[in-house]
Design a protein around this ligand. Structure first.
Ligand SMILES: Nc1nc2c(c(=O)[nH]1)N[C@H]1C(S)=C(S)[C@@H](COP(=O)(O)O)O[C@H]1N2
Ligand SMILES: [Mo]
Length: 386
């Protein structure tokens, strides 16, 4: 059997596949990956139980913005990465150099690019699937996406360092300059280089517009893929429904009781008793790690007032326990600075209406500058930590 022979470098003759194009797209790709990395590290830290440096509670919309930037920069990177790979992939087929030393150097460089490409594709693919709320894998998304994020940024830094001379020459010269082209890349493409770049920027812009509406209210109507914007009671999407969390019975049961505990002190209240306490109203967003966010006007009891019922000292972390019996988000840790912030509520109402069961009836946590995943619904118990 005869295997098909791989193409050789010389067979790729389009002048579009040049360092002039790759460097320009690479610059924007680098900016997108840099933004996604920084905002990703922030998001990961915000979800840590233990925060040696307390994550700030202000501005209340901070997490909404950083997570929005994370998803938008990742989405914008998709067309950029595809075009970038198209411009450089003939190099895969370049003949290995002669001489052991040059071979070793080239091998290392190719190895680092292999790692970079694999990590970049993994990050964009897993991130996109996550924002589409599709988890066709069994690993933990958060820890894997975080770990590979470090791999990607490390390989990117190495790649930029290795390519810096080429990048500087390419960006310093006109886009139509051919002095850095591969010798056979002489055939004009179907587009001019400027045309290809323009098309790429437009594709990237369209990808952003098609998804950003799930965080930017003004873009809601143009975002065909931003499906999770504003559908659901009170204009806020529903993430896990009461049915999916298996709380449809316990949430509306007359036996429901809310408990706040500190050491051996415990106070138990009915929903009516919660509603009879002084009520406060706060405008706070829910910003899901999956990329959508929405602002709401929440009313309920200031969380600190509940902690005062059991004389909890300030600054203590609080375990928030929901009626939900299984699943990773049935319990969350509310750090002391969030617990003491007077914007943090045990909310009973949204937009003046009784909280819908899917939004967490009988009551839910809502705190400023906090990942949506930690805004626990169907709360039954607060435990002030020792
Ligand atoms: N008990 C419980 N609370 C939960 C969740 C959950 O699965 N269980 N999901 C969280 C996630 S991921 C988000 S984004 C918000 C969404 O709140 P909403 O469904 O009211 O919009 O609820 C959070 N609270
Ligand atoms: Mo979420």
């Amino acid at each position: 059997m005869k295997l098909p022979t791989p193409p050789s470098d010389e067979q790729f003759t389009s002048r579009l596949r040049s360092a002039a194009v790759a460097a320009r797209i690479g610059l924007w790709l680098g900016i997108c990956f840099g933004l996604a990395f920084v905002t990703g590290v922030i998001s990961h830290y915000a979800q840590n139980h233990s925060q040696p440096i307390p994550f700030p509670t202000s501005p209340s919309w901070g997490y909404r913005v950083t997570q929005g930037v994370h998803v938008v920069s990742g989405t914008a990177a998709v067309p950029l990465l595809l075009v970038k790979l198209w411009t450089v992939y003939p190099r895969l087929f370049a003949r290995p150099p002669r001489g052991l030393r040059r071979l070793a150097v080239e091998g290392l460089e190719r190895g680092s690019i292999g790692v970079l490409v694999a990590a970049a594709i993994f990050q964009l693919a897993s991130g996109l699937l996550n924002s589409a709320q599709w988890y066709p894998w069994s690993f933990s998304f958060r820890s894997t996406h975080y770990a590979i994020g470090w791999v990607a940024i490390g390989a990117l830094v190495v790649h930029i360092a290795v390519k810096l001379p080429v990048i500087r020459r390419a960006l310093g010269a006109d886009v139509d300059d051919t002095s850095q082209d591969r010798p056979n890349a002489t055939r004009p493409g179907v587009l001019s280089r400027r045309g290809l770049l323009r098309t790429t920027w437009v594709a990237s812009g369209v990808a952003v517009l098609a998804t950003a509406g799930s965080t930017v209210p003004l873009l809601r109507n143009v975002s065909v893929f931003g499906v999770r914007s504003g559908d659901g009671p009170g204009g806020i999407p529903i993430n896990k429904s009461a049915r999916a969390a298996a709380v449809t019975a316990s949430a509306v049961s007359p036996d429901y009781r809310f408990t706040v505990a500190y050491g051996d002190r415990e106070v138990t209240l009915t929903r009516d008793e919660l509603a009879a306490m002084p009520q406060a109203t706060r405008s706070l967003p829910i910003a899901c790690v999956e990329g959508w966010s929405a602002g709401g006007s929440w009313s309920g009891v200031v969380l600190r007032d509940l902690l005062d019922l059991v004389d909890a000292p300030r600054g203590r972390d609080v375990l928030v326990v929901s009626l939900q019996e299984s699943g990773p988000y049935r319990e969350t840790v509310l750090q002391g600075n969030f617990a003491d912030d007077d914007r943090t509520l045990l909310a009973l109402r949204l937009e003046g209406e009784e909280l819908a069961i899917d939004h967490g009836y009988p009551c839910r946590l809502i705190a400023p500058n906090r990942p949506g995943v930690l805004q626990t619904k169907w709360v039954k118990r607060l435990e002030v930590q020792a």
